[in-house]
Design a binder for this molecule. Structure first.
Ligand SMILES: [Zn+2]
Length: 213
């Protein structure tokens, strides 16, 4: 017996095929029937006038911080998003040493327009490496799937340390970033990719990509 049957919805199966009106049955965490479902479900939902589709993956988000005070990544799920990719545009809040927290928040303020007061109040800093960030995120119990990129900017601050903090006050360097001292496995465990943006090209992204392989 199906645990759930949704009836009479407009079904979009994700293949690009034309939408069709029909039913969908779920048992456990599996879709067991699509089309005409004669059996009754433990729970029934009238899908008339509604679209039923696979969850959308939002490939470009900046929910890295917001998930701590809004685990449902509002308003993305309202629009059908079930997976968010974070860490875009080269910005993340891990890896991060305590001395660099304010700087990484200022980057998000400067580039993404996030209110610094909100970031200071909402981020539950409890990590230095990326694995620690993922643990903290898990503890926040996200209501969406999260596929995290690690941001180039955070790695650069991590790798260059004090020198980078001084550079933040001056024009960007032309020399390759000193990525050689990055402890790759412990720093970036659990990531789905690395992300940067066009303005970071001076920072030798190729060297970073090599370090992360
Ligand atoms: Zn972005």
């Amino acid at each position: 017996m199906a645990d759930l049957v949704i009836r009479g919805a407009t079904l979009c199966d994700g293949t690009g095929a034309e939408p069709v009106r029909g039913d969908l049955a779920v048992a456990g965490d599996r879709i067991t029937a699509v089309g005409r479902v004669p059996e009754r479900g433990t729970r029934e939902i009238d899908g008339a006038g509604l679209v039923l589709a696979p969850g959308f993956i939002d490939l470009h988000t900046h929910y890295d911080c917001q998930l701590f005070w809004d685990p449902f990544a509002t308003p993305s799920p309202w629009h059908g998003v079930t997976t968010v990719v974070t860490g875009n545009c080269g910005f993340t809040i891990a890896p991060c040493r305590p001395d660099d927290r304010e700087t990484l928040m200022q980057l998000l303020l400067f580039v993404e327009g996030m209110p610094i007061e909100t970031l200071r109040a909402g981020i539950r800093w409890a990590w230095e490496d990326f694995a620690g960030y993922l643990d903290a995120l898990q503890a926040a119990a996200p209501g969406v799937n999260v596929a995290p990129f690690v941001g180039h900017s955070a790695i650069r601050f991590w790798a260059a340390g004090v020198a980078m903090r001084r550079l933040w006050q001056s024009p960007p360097p032309r020399a390759p970033a000193p990525y050689g001292n990055v402890k790759v496995p412990t720093m970036v465990g659990g990531i789905k990719g690395v992300d940067t943006y066009i303005g970071s090209i001076d920072y030798n992204v190729n060297a970073l990509a090599q370090a992360l392989r």
